[in-house]
Design a binder for this molecule. Structure first.
Ligand code: UD1
Ligand code: CA
Length: 490
């Protein structure tokens, strides 16, 4: 770590982000389940700054509410008009002074809110360079194959930093420089304040450029350093949806690589999207086309995918989840889910359970070893251990006004195509006959038959559908076409 914590980290996030073409402020767009601003705050937190300041402007109410949610210790300061990066930092320092907060006891670090790939490690490197060179300003720089649009780092013949020149203000010769300004810096606080008071708006964009303080400091004889960032991806700024997707892909690769190094098998990293809050144990296997969102956890030996989305779910050891969409669901150890299963919030599948094809479960507990294997809806229910819910069983939990609970005991056998009309209880070890509509409680061990008896009207097809393939088939089966049957009138 560095010897001194920053007195403040200032994150600039007041810009409009027009190129996103979005109703959402740019820094609130998210990748890997965290906002762009949230990623920057996370990296900044590595430095343990005494104060974290976020400069807000466009969409300030939304951005401020978000900051209060994810980093309640941070201070938001409003920049009413966006007159440039220098202006933004000036407003931030003035805001701190107004609140009686001194910045003299450590460097001031300036970051931008739209660089989600920035790592804490790089910031630590920036501060180490800043301190070891006793600089008043240290710029985080990168070499880019295409530096178009960025401010260029102009160095002296001895390599010291002379100035930063914005692309729009640069000469052709300066535009050929491939070392660019990332927009992230460490500053000696007092020198920063005094130089910010001297910058002008005398440039192509008519803005107060923060970058101009670098030239002023150099002219005053200060040491200005540069810390070259080895991985240019880290300083990738998101300005439009194309860059948002690029940043998301880079973050995805970074997250996947980290899990693979910790013993997780990812068969197709390009189609595996894991949020930052996902937690996996060694020997988890992730098949293609998987997305895990929110605080989803998967225990050792479980297999997830292909084609599965888990949102804030918990998957137990050795479970299998195939072609499934699940949200706020718990899948017990050794459970088998899918293919084509929909687990909605409040689903708790016990150990060694089964939820099969075209099964939807909501707000229900399925006891250990119980099975819901085929074509069912189970809502607001409690199914006991070892019970079997026959194919096409539907829990009728909603009477059009209220939801009601259904309870099925242990080791019950619900016949195929049963309707369990809630509120209803089926006792331990009870059976229901296939096709039953169960409206009354079933005592333990009873067989409930809730359907009318079948009757057969003999010869009906040959009389009513003479000459049809069905009638001919019946004839070949030895059915007498002339036979009449009185119950036909019934
Ligand atoms: C800035 C740098 C440039 C650098 C580039 C890196 C300046 C003058 N130029 O240029 O050298 O290569 O970043 O991406 O600093 N912001 C505010 N208030 C403002 C203006 C900007 O909060 O009044 C915020 C923006 O929301 C953004 C950041 O500061 O997050 C950078 O501003 P932007 O206008 O994008 O600066 P660039 O022109 O990209
Ligand atoms: Ca920018």
């Amino acid at each position: 770590m560095t010897s001194s914590r920053p007195s403040a980290v200032v994150i600039l996030a007041a810009g409009e982000g027009t190129r996103m073409k979005s109703a959402t402020p740019k820094v609130l767009h998210s990748i890997a389940g965290r906002s762009l601003l949230g990623h920057v705050i996370e990296a900044a937190s590595t430095l343990e700054p005494h104060h974290l300041v976020v400069v807000v402007g466009h969409g300030r109410d939304e951005v401020r509410a978000h900051v209060e949610e994810i980093a309640p210790w941070a201070i938001t300061i409003v920049q009413e008009e966006q007159n440039g990066t220098g202006h933004a930092v000036r407003i931030a320092l003035a805001g701190l002074a107004e609140r009686g907060i001194a910045t003299s006891h450590g460097p001031v670090v300036v970051l931008t809110g739209d660089t989600p790939l920035l790592s804490g490690r790089t910031l630590v490197g920036l501060l180490l360079e800043h301190e070891s060179t006793t600089a008043t300003a240290t710029v985080l720089t990168a070499r880019l194959a295409d530096p178009t649009g960025y401010g260029r780092i102009v160095r002296d013949s001895d390599g010291s930093v002379l100035a930063i020149v914005e692309h729009k203000d640069a000469t052709d010769e300066q535009r050929r420089i491939d070392e660019i300004n990332s927009g992230m810096y460490a500053f000696a606080a007092e020198r920063l304040s005094s130089c910010l008071g001297r910058i002008t708006t005398d440039n192509v964009q008519g803005e107060e450029y923060l970058t101009d303080v670098v030239g002023l400091m150099h002219a005053d004889g200060d040491v200005v350093s540069a810390s070259l960032c080895a991985d240019p991806d880290e300083i990738l700024g998101v300005n439009d949806r194309v860059q948002l997707a690029q940043a998301a892909a880079l973050m995805r690769d970074r997250i996947n690589e980290s899990w693979m190094r910790q013993g997780v098998s990812i068969l197709d990293p390009g189609s595996t999207w894991l949020d930052v809050d996902v937690d996996l144990q060694a020997d988890v296997v992730i098949r293609p086309q998987v997305s895990m969102r929110g605080p989803t956890s998967v225990a050792a030996g479980a297999v997830v995918g292909p084609g599965t989305t888990l949102i804030s779910c918990e998957v137990g050891a050795g479970a299998q989840v195939i072609h499934t969409w699940a949200e706020l669901a718990v899948v017990g150890e050794g459970a088998r889910v899918g293919p084509f299963t929909f687990l909605r919030p409040g689903t708790v599948l016990g150990n060694d359970t089964r939820a099969g094809a075209y099964v939807e479960i909501k707000n229900s507990t399925i006891g250990a070893g119980a099975k819901v294997p085929h074509l069912s809806y189970v809502g607001d229910a409690e199914i006991g251990i070892g019970s079997n819910i026959g194919a096409a069983t539907i829990v009728v939990n909603y009477d059009g006004v209220d939801k009601h609970r259904t309870v099925v005991g242990d080791h019950a056998r619900i016949g195929s195509d049963t309707m369990l009309v809630a509120p209803v209880t089926v006792g331990d070890g009870a059976y229901t006959a296939a096709g039953s509509v169960i409206t009354d409680d079933v005592p333990p061990g009873a067989m409930a038959v809730g359907r009318s008896r079948q009757r057969n009207i003999e010869g009906w097809v040959q009389r009513r559908r003479p000459g049809s393939p069905a009638a001919e088939a019946a004839g070949r089966a030895g059915q007498d076409p002339a036979s009449d049957h009185p119950s036909e009138q019934a």
